[in-house]
Design a protein around this ligand. Sequence first.
Ligand code: IVH
Length: 677
Amino acid sequence: MTSPATRAAQLREVITRHADAYFVRDEPVIPDADYDALVRELRDIEREHPELASEESQRVGAPASTVFSPVRHAEAMLSLDNVFDVEELRSWSERVVKGLDAAGLDTEKLLQFAVEPKIDGLALSITYRDGHLVQAATRGDGRVGEDVTNNVRTIANVPHQLGVAHGVVEIRGEVFLSKADFERLNDHQRTSGAKVFANARNAAAGSLRQKDPAVSASRPLSFLAYQLVDLEDRLSLGTHRATLAQLSRWGFLVAPETQFVSGVLAMIGASTWFEEHRHDLTYDIDGTVIKVDDLNYRVALGATSRAPRWAIARKFPPEERTTRLRAIEVSIGRTGRATPYAVLEPVLVAGSRVAMATLHNEDQVREKDVRPGDLVIVRKAGDVIPEVVGAVPVEGEARGPAWIFPRTCPECAGELRRRGEESDTYCVNPTCPAQQMQKIVHFASRGALDIEGLGEQRVAQLLAHVLISDVADLFRLAAADLSELEGFGELSAQSLVAAIERAKDAPLSRILVGLGIRHVGPVAARELAREFVTYDALAQARLEDLEAVEGIGPIIAQSVYEYARDDESRQRMARMAAAGVALFEPRDSALGATLQGRAVVVTGSVEGYSRDEATAAIVARGGTSPGSVSAKTYCVVVGEAPGSAKVNKARDVGVPLISAESFEELLATGSWSATLE
Ligand code: IVH
């Protein structure tokens, strides 16, 4: 066991190193959430052992660097205390009420709060004397910052004049890059061979703290104001709301999403709104800042040496964390594709537990150079698919050997082969049990026959008991076969058999999707089924008949032609027909009730559709489009800047997530060829 004193010393050392990387060099090594966790741990130790108290745990930023002249702030630039969930937020508001009570203020009425986005940028204070911009300084350590006046003058949305003279005022806020500007900047960096920034915050900080103002000027920085320090007490502003209105009149950008609310419940609601919409905003936020609106109340509450008592930052669950990479393994899909994935020490990322993350293919593993045993950064990209960003170098820690893509299939020991120029690797053994299982899982999935209760686990169980070895065997299962198996009761056996029975009447187009014929996605399946109506007619079609179908090119035609003539598939289809599978496309299903009775939730924006148009398109096809996700939801369409709550809920209850690109396909066919996970 490490003693608290030793651990505290270790933490101080690490925190100082990371603070330097973040605040001085603008090149953080670990995600913010990990840094916060280190500071928290140190504070907890110091709380239990006050004799160990130190400055590091109270750090506000870092000492100013030597490149810029120092500026002493007329009034300290404080930091904010953080809370990480609703309960802590509630406790903070209770402390506020107690503090106001103690000061003899009336707390009968509902308290007014401002709830603002917590912009992930760089704090800045701009001084105006008699209406003229005279100085701009970074926060530095809170008392002394860096003079960046010349650089700030180049920021397009910073007013140089305030119109009316008001003595000396300082306008404080955040310098940041919008998401779009950040993307553009990085594209430019990439094409000109310059350094690509890891995120918008680093890019903003690096761009502001440039020796040459011309470089700053070339970067699309913005400034958002959230505080006014009236050094000569000339303005009589009573509330934060009035302050922001004044700032806005002077021409400053203030956060348009700011909400003014009454009472703790509404305050928590507003803060949660930001969490759900964080990806809809045009800039990155890592939480919300909640402030007491009444400026007199603020005076009564005061501040500690580090942070005001009248404001609090509620940090959202982090989207990036570091964790250990335990191993790299390979999974085999239904087409035999071998996908490497990371087995991780589980971490909470963006609110859900991540223990695995895809590594896509052999080249990606090599590019990212991640090795088993490494400390790695895990990110939920666009809030959907967890991925490994890269390794974090740990000083003094020897790394293991680079990972080598296996030559043989982990499931069947058959050969793994890379085809020509493709970056994907395949198991080429057609009888590989993993491929067989995935084929059956796909056949039963929502995108195909939608057989309820037939997921991966059950398919594996049926295969293990040799009750099935092919999709055609499903239609011969009897409830009596199943009720013997572990985890099945009389009822669940009957309901699975009933679900399979219903699938016998599925339109031919869905069967074609379920068969997983190479190159045949839902759109092609629908065209083919519409044209030939029965599987027999399709199987007898000549190559040129197939090619003549609208939307069917030579590659798809050839693939279907070969499938129909393959011995194994002929047997499969004959057995399905004998078991009573219709293999028939009803005429009317061609016309579009593709989503009859299905609930499709849309989150984020889908290109070509407004929110209302997307809903209308779903309803026109017999579906509904509710505002929230439940276990009954058919699928969730994930557009640009999706809401994390919906995505997380879908993942929790096992509803498929599909990309906005699949929306047309969903409307046309009622299904999709690829899910996001
Ligand atoms: S108010 C004394 N409001 O977050 C109160 N800060 O972690 C000063 N920040 O130092 C801060 N958005 O750099 C405030 N709407 C907002 C903010 C905000 C981002 C930054 C700011 C602050 C840091 C604290």
